[in-house]
Design a protein around this ligand. Structure first.
Ligand code: 4AD
Ligand code: MG
Length: 433
């Protein structure tokens, strides 16, 4: 009996004989040698099978194994500087659990539709493995950051009676006795209530948008982190976003080097993510676009993807664009006391084309003003009566933001499309598998 060791920990066992339990990712052979690409979920390693070490029977059986056959291998761990994990294994024996033929996803190129239809199997390939391990690291970093900063996690509900981010992207569900409910677009309104009870809070969970867009940035189900802070101003919110993003990127650089290398990510670009981030008003952002693409952006409109690309291309760090015209933003945002046409809001645009990863604001804390906004936005006041209570009983300035997990992971990984940052992405035309 040898100790069972995970591939990611093999380095600590150089010189000893270990057992690995996993799957065959790929294989090549030369004379009396098989070179197995072996994976166990924690990593990939080359396992060399020499006929003289394992005997003819096992050697021949391994030679006939197809991709994704499941097997247990015993072998001696050897240091190998050229290997990605720094080690390789000389196999001394093993047991085959299942011989597989015809695994649909081969090392050759496949189209995105085929891969997405086989997402349950595609997850096993090296790039997807790397991306989703980085996602896990980002999610853990977020929770650690909030623990360190003294925040309390208070989760918001998924079934809600009202819209938070406009009525056009609501998923409606039947909720007993002819009542309608919606899948939440954002946990923010509840996070505001939680902040009045606990001071500094966050919620972190799935949110839903019936987005009829097929862009590389949109999912219909995605995860959002939403901190909400009592007594925070817009400046506090921006500072907080900067602190969080720097913490998260640093953590990924510390713990996910192998995965970043697998993705061929230019880590110098991530190492450059240090404070301070550029801060730019909406008006200045508009002027910047005018300079690079005259006439592309109409002053007063929201920024489209091409506009965001021009803005973010000017910087090597995430850029914070603040104070948009209130017409293009949500009802709950406080207006700028120095310019009533503007909302006290911020969008954080990631570098390298992924666009907005964070949207946030200072919230309107005055009861009557907020009521007026609900009416202006043609939202039903009854549904918000609990929310208005927050302005009746101990109202204080406060603010927060929402960070889209998949967009953040896509940016950190340097991948084109947010769908690969979700294990089982939900999009307008895809709900299988
Ligand atoms: O800017 P949004 O709509 O902000 C809110 O929902 C606020 N209520 C958050 C808050 O202040 N607590 O969304 C926040 C972020 C976006 O910046 C983006 O990263 C992500 O959520 N996001 C999406 N990600 C993937 N697919 C979609 N369809 C997304 N819509 C928004
Ligand atoms: Mg937004």
């Amino acid at each position: 009996m040898h100790p069972i060791v995970a591939i990611e920990n093999l380095k600590q066992h150089v010189g000893s004989t270990v057992t690995m339990r996993g799957w065959l990712a790929d294989k090549s052979s030369k004379g009396k040698l098989h070179f197995l690409k072996f994976r166990d979920g924690t990593g990939f390693v080359q396992a060399v099978v020499f006929k003289g070490d394992v005997g003819e029977g096992f050697f021949d059986e391994v030679g006939r194994l197809g991709q994704e056959s499941s097997l247990v291998l015993h072998g001696v761990v050897k240091s190998d500087e050229r290997a990605p994990g720094g080690v390789e294994v000389s196999v001394v024996g093993g047991e085959i659990l299942q011989k597989v033929e015809g695994f649909p996803i081969t090392p050759k190129e496949h189209g995105p539709d085929f891969l997405l239809s086989n997402r349950h199997l595609w997850l096993r390939s090296r790039r997807q493995w790397a991306i989703l391990r980085i996602r896990d690291c980002v999610a853990k970093a977020i929770r650690d950051f909030y623990e360190q900063e003294g925040f309390i996690c208070v989760d918001s509900p998924i079934f809600t009676p009202a819209a938070c981010e406009g009525t056009s992207t609501l998923f409606e569900v039947d909720y007993f006795d002819e009542e309608k409910a919606y899948l939440t677009q954002s946990g923010q309104l509840y996070a505001e209530a939680s902040a009045m009870a606990f001071g500094k809070v966050y919620c972190f969970g799935p949110t839903f948008r019936a987005e009829k867009s097929k862009t590389r940035r949109h999912l219909t189900e995605f995860w959002m982190l939403e901190p909400e802070i009592a007594y925070a101003t817009l400046d506090d919110v921006m500072q907080h976003a900067e602190d969080l993003l720097c913490f998260v990127v640093k953590r990924v650089l510390e713990r996910r080097r192998v995965e970043l290398a697998t993705l061929e990510r230019d880590v110098a670009k991530l190492e450059a993510i240090v404070p301070p981030f550029p801060r730019l008003s909406y008006d200045d952002a508009h002027a910047l676009i005018e300079k690079h693409a005259p006439g592309q952006h109409e002053h007063g409109d929201d920024f489209g993807a091409p506009d965001e690309t021009i803005i973010s291309n000017q910087y090597q760090k995430p850029v914070m664009v603040h104070r948009y015209p209130h017409e293009v933003k949500a009802f709950y945002m406080k207006r700028d006391p120095h310019d009533a046409r503007k909302a006290l809001c911020v969008d954080v645009l990631a570098p390298e084309g992924i666009g907005e990863i964070i949207g946030g604001s200072q919230r309107e804390e005055d009861l009557d003003v907020l009521r007026g906004r609900i009416a202006e936005h043609k939202l039903p006041e009854e549904a918000f009566s609990w929310y208005l209570d927050l302005r009746r009983y101990g109202s204080v300035p406060h603010g927060g933001f929402g960070l889209g997990l998949e967009r953040t992971v896509a940016w950190i990984c340097g991948i084109e499309h947010v769908r690969e940052a979700s294990a089982y992405p939900r999009m307008m035309y895809r709900i299988y598998p």
